[in-house]
Design a protein. Structure first.
Length: 126
């Protein structure tokens, strides 16, 4: 399983160590050099999502904290350290209504379904 890690850029030094197109990041108790080819230049202080030593996307601090909290829950669950009713640090998609999910994904908001005899549909089905 490949898991993205939220990490903060701590050093950006084109042409030096790390080499151009790479930055040093820190997060989840480690530091490493990562490739920024997919997102372009990154500045110190920026939050990024790292998969296999490559930056896949830029994050804001709030989203980085949400992902970090979720990874903490997963790690705790894998070690058997969480109570069964432990809550995620954000609303899970399974608890969202269709309009909220559509807004989250950028999809068109679905029209509400009308039942044949609802108060807004007074014609009987034929």
């Amino acid at each position: 399983m490949c898991v993205g890690l939220p990490m903060q850029v701590i050093e950006s030094a084109p042409g030096q160590t790390p080499p151009a197109g790479w930055v040093r990041v820190a997060g989840r108790g480690e530091e490493r050099a990562v490739d920024t080819a997919l997102v372009g230049a990154c500045a110190p202080g920026e939050w990024v999502l790292v998969f296999l030593d490559r930056v896949q996307e830029r994050l804001d601090a709030r989203r980085a904290a949400e992902i970090d909290a979720t990874l903490d829950l997963v790690a705790g669950a894998m070690r058997g350290l969480l109570p069964v009713d432990a809550a995620a640090a954000f609303t899970l998609p399974s608890a969202m209504d269709a309009a909220t999910l559509a807004a989250l994904t950028g999809a068109p908001v679905p029209a509400p379904a009308l039942s044949p005899l609802s108060s807004t549909n007074t014609e009987l089905p034929r």
